[in-house]
Design a protein around this ligand. Structure first.
Ligand SMILES: [Zn+2]
Length: 432
């Protein structure tokens, strides 16, 4: 009798822990439990690289500590948090690109302070890695990502978002490489002195001569050229010039959602020839035209009310954020399910091939995620949906990270073939 009680108690504990484990990653209600377990198992084994995470800005601006829970919390600007160490663990992510995002305001200042802003965010990233040496490690090479996976650690990688961060200096570009920057988005939403952005006045007919020099120098030192945020002409110029694979660290397919942030089919085909990778952004307005239209329409419609709230709470940003959230909740828009992410994967697979797709979530850089996703912990939903649509484990692992690894390794090889010393033979061109 006593033995039986112990047996039932153990069984009860086992079942409880099992439920706890699966609930932690919010298995969809109607999900096939077998496929779900398969998805979780893939996340344990695979090298997963996420192309874009904006958490460094709140790490610097708000002293956000990755070791504290971010669940249910909001940035100072009102957007929700998606990232912390425990959410990282649940996501299975091996390598995360911490975005060294430099806002256009620094470029509009004549470029002044842009490099300083980047340096501050780089330091904030190093400090978090130093604070959590058992969980995090700074990575600079593809090899280091594979090594970190074996040690069960998360790689912090860094990419600059907004080419104006180099303040028109290839000298600064090389310094950023030395600090560990492994990609640079040539522009943010603003056209800069040498590259045109997707939704700004074109001033360089794509890439200027100096812009082409920036791309060549990035190839030479082994920094990936990132075409997220640039105009289609800039994308095309980059593909003409680059001898190494390029990436779109957080962009989608224009063939699925017609947005200027997304990559058109002809460019997708050229990226396949180039050996690059387009890493899918989870922001619903880039995933689905209907969301984008309804979001824009709502902003216009609610502008008088939002202005009034701004005035009312001009001394209390937090109260304003709360009121804004409330107003948006009362005026909901269409938000697609996480399965929409896989529609973009399907499309790029069809147009360019399975070898040129990656993941570039844009966590902590977007005001909301697709239905079913709250943060990093829900990344496994993408894998689940790919399994459900019949993708093989090999193909899923390509999308989750191996495609990026191939592009990164190839960029490292191109730099090695150039094999001149970074300091000794870099280009001396500058704008001023
Ligand atoms: Zn971005």
């Amino acid at each position: 009798m006593k033995n039986k009680q112990v047996y039932f108690l153990l069984l009860f504990v086992f079942v409880l822990s099992f439920i706890g484990q699966t609930l932690a990653q919010t298995m969809p209600k109607d999900a096939d439990p077998k496929l779900w377990q398969q998805a979780l198992a893939i996340h344990k084994k695979a090298i997963i690289v996420d192309g874009h995470n904006d958490i460094p800005s709140p790490m610097y601006d708000e002293d956000f500590d990755l070791g504290t829970s971010s669940v249910g919390k909001f940035h100072k600007d009102g957007d929700p948090f998606h990232t912390d160490l425990s959410r990282f663990k649940q996501s299975g992510i091996t390598g995360e690109f911490f975005s060294i995002y430099v806002s256009r305001t620094y470029a509009e200042n004549g470029g002044s302070g842009a490099a300083r802003r980047a340096l501050d965010l780089i330091d904030a990233t190093y400090r978090e890695v130093e604070k959590y040496p058992n969980q995090l490690v700074m990575c600079r090479t593809a090899n280091e990502i594979r090594k970190a996976k074996k040690q069960n650690k998360i790689c912090a990688l860094m990419g600059i978002e907004g080419g104006h961060a180099i303040e028109d200096s290839l000298f600064a570009l090389r310094d950023f490489y030395r600090l560990g920057i492994r990609y640079m988005t040539l522009t943010h939403n603003n056209t800069n002195n040498w590259a045109d952005a997707h939704r700004d006045e074109p001033r360089n007919n794509g890439l200027s001569d100096f812009g082409k020099e920036v791309v060549r120098e990035m190839n030479r030192i082994g920094m990936l050229v990132d075409i997220s945020h640039v105009s289609v002409k800039t994308m095309s110029d980059v593909l003409d010039v680059s001898t190494a694979p390029i990436i779109a660290s957080h962009s989608n397919a224009r063939g699925v959602a017609d947005h200027t942030r997304n990559v058109p089919d002809d460019i997708l085909k050229r990226i396949a020839k180039n050996g690059g990778v387009v890493m899918i952004n989870f922001y619903p307005s880039f995933l689905d035209e209907r969301t984008n239209n309804e979001e824009n329409e709502r902003s216009k419609r609610l502008k008088p009310q939002l202005d009034a709230l701004k005035e009312k709470y001009k001394d209390n940003k937090e109260a304003y954020n709360q009121a804004e959230r409330q107003l948006f909740a009362e005026n909901p828009i269409y938000v697609p399910s996480y399965t929409r992410i896989v529609d973009h994967i399907d499309h790029i697979k069809k147009v360019a091939g399975i070898d040129y797709i990656g993941i570039g979530s844009d966590y902590d850089g977007v005001p909301f995620l697709p239905q079913g996703m709250d943060g990093m912990e829900d990344l496994v939903l993408v894998t689940y949906e790919m399994l459900r649509r019949g993708y093989s484990e090999t193909d899923i692992r390509k999308v989750l990270g191996e495609n990026f690894m191939r592009a990164f390794e190839q960029a490292e090889k191109v730099a090695k073939i150039n094999s001149r010393k970074i300091s000794g033979e870099g280009s001396l061109k500058k704008i001023k």
